[in-house]
Design a protein around this ligand. Structure first.
Ligand code: HEM
Ligand code: HEM
Ligand SMILES: [Fe+2]
Length: 447
């Protein structure tokens, strides 16, 4: 660790671990409900569990991106973060807003729009909080001694992610328009600007872990940004097939979204090529494993399984079924959860001075969580394909089909238990690393 303010990242990562644990609890509540054991229904009905599960996911991923940025930006700009105490205020405010939203869901205070359930008054607070974050990161880059491609791509990814939250707040009473704008947030985040954040963090990790020249790694970053925008922006059309928008979206969405896997394939090839070229000199092999794992699994979950249902001829059957949940899990895990895990695996030894990466538990955490998640994806796939055949091809009633596929959720719960073992091993190592060296109050670097 070169700069004292980088240790702010630790607190964001700790919040990630906490919220991820809670997200998993709600995953199990839904897994059991799908098996027919919806015993908590009167306190936590399915829709509440689902909104809580997915919003916790988005919250911990955002906290992870922020932590990664607070770690990366001082190092890339070669100066301390401006106003570090405000970064702590920003974290506390984010947690307060998030916890309020989650409690609200349990009292039916929500908007009922998938992924954007947070009630409107809290949306404004989220915007203020994210603006403060952008100000701290942007100000540090502005005052920094060096502008690197990695830090600029990371900054624009974060800034555009913040701006793209706004279309979701456009008031309308028209269902089609509401869905139309909702996808500007959900799709343009995960298949657009979050990919910039991902490209930049991967680039930072590869520069540190492989020893390959920055020029070579950053040149690739431009290619990936290019591919992402070329395919991802008009690829939004794969959500406009059946929501009441004009028919030309079938063509545009089908064509451009079919190209999207190329950006993820590019990232996987880039990570593997750089690791080979650099000869893996860095002692923290585990962080490199998570980094390459992220690039590869994002291609499988987002690229391959995304392509599997992106053409309108397929999507007309699979739309809104458990096939979507199958893809959603591996895509989010591979691209964004593993990215944050890679960042944590790299940063923790630097922040605390302890080297726990050679530890058997760390290796166990990587393999068990990944094998568990792949098994979960398979369980969702089996349930999803059965659902599509029974409900969409044979015309059986929705609830009757849900009863038929209950058995597949035993497989899901078993796979999820394996996955959770891996996650808890990762969290255990995180706890064993302990606090970063020195107290945060000692950090006075607003110069
Ligand atoms: C890391 C990147 C990605 C993530 C995290 C992700 C995640 C998700 C999630 C959570 C959904 C459900 C959204 C909702 O219904 O509100 C979804 C839907 C969808 N995704 Fe992805 N995705 C990614 C990349 C891709 C790519 C590259 C493709 C295409 C090649 C794709 C194709 C689709 C399609 C067609 C749907 C709509 C499914 C339906 O009609 O129900 N996704 N994705
Ligand atoms: C123990 C672990 C987990 C279990 C048992 C679990 C289970 C579930 C279930 C049953 C659903 C609802 C599917 C439906 O609508 O019927 C769901 C939704 C979802 N979960 Fe998980 N989950 C777990 C962990 C995770 C993790 C780690 C991630 C992300 C990396 C994740 C991402 C999602 C997403 C994005 C959705 C919404 C999918 C969609 O829109 O169709 N889950 N989960
Ligand atoms: Fe999409």
């Amino acid at each position: 660790m070169k700069f004292k303010t980088q240790k702010i990242a630790y607190y964001f990562f700790a919040v990630c671990m906490l919220l991820l644990s809670l997200q998993i609890v709600y995953g199990f509540i839904m897994g059991f409900a799908h098996m027919g054991y919806d015993n908590l229904h009167s306190i936590i009905p399915f829709h509440t569990a689902r909104a809580t599960h997915t919003n916790l996911l988005v919250m911990w991923l955002l906290a992870g991106f922020m932590g990664a940025a607070y770690y990366i930006i001082p190092e890339e700009t070669d100066r301390e973060l401006i106003y570090p105490q405000l970064a702590i205020v920003q974290l506390v405010a984010l947690v307060v807003v998030g916890v309020t939203a989650i409690i609200g869901f349990h009292f039916n205070w929500w908007e009922g729009r998938k992924f954007l359930e947070i009630p409107r008054p809290l949306d404004y607070l989220v915007v203020v909080d994210v603006l403060l974050f952008i100000f701290l990161i942007g100000g540090t880059i502005w005052k920094g001694k060096r502008y690197s491609t990695t830090s600029i791509v990371l900054f624009f990814g974060l800034l555009t992610a913040a701006l793209l939250y706004l279309p979701g707040m456009i008031p309308t009473t028209n269902q089609t328009m509401d869905s139309y704008w909702r996808w500007w947030v959900v799709h343009l985040w995960v298949e657009g600007v979050w990919e910039l954040i991902m490209g930049a963090i991967l680039s930072f990790l590869l520069i540190k872990l492989t020893g390959v020249d920055r020029e070579i790694i950053e040149k690739w970053l431009y290619v990936i940004v290019g591919f992402t925008f070329l395919s991802g922006i008009l690829g939004t059309g794969h959500h406009y097939y059946f929501i009441g928008t004009p028919r030309y979206w079938l063509m545009i969405g089908g064509f451009f979204s079919a190209l999207e896997p190329l950006a993820f394939l590019g990232m996987a090839m880039y990570a593997i090529a750089m690791a080979k070229k650099g000869g893996r000199q860095h002692p923290n092999r585990l962080a490199l494993t998570w980094t390459i794992g992220c690039a590869v699994m994002s291609f499988v979950g987002a690229g391959f399984l995304g392509f599997a249902h992106t053409l309108p001829q397929v999507n007309i059957y699979t739309h809104g079924t458990l096939v979507t949940a199958m893809h959603g899990h591996l895509a989010f895990w591979g691209a964004y959860a593993m990215l944050i895990f890679a960042m944590i695996a790299y940063a923790m030894p630097q922040l605390t001075g302890r080297k726990l990466f050679d530890n058997g538990w760390s290796v166990f955490a990587f393999w068990t969580s990944n094998i568990g998640m792949v098994a979960m994806t398979l369980a969702f796939a089996v349930a999803g394909v059965a659902q599509v055949y029974l409900e969409r091809r044979m015309g059986l009633d929705f609830l009757q089909v849900q009863k038929e596929i209950e058995v597949h959720f035993l497989g899901l719960v078993l796979a999820a238990s394996l996955f959770s073992l891996g996650i808890f091993a990762f969290i255990w190592i995180f706890i064993k690393y302990g606090l970063p060296k020195g107290k945060i109050e000692n950090v006075s670097a607003a110069n």
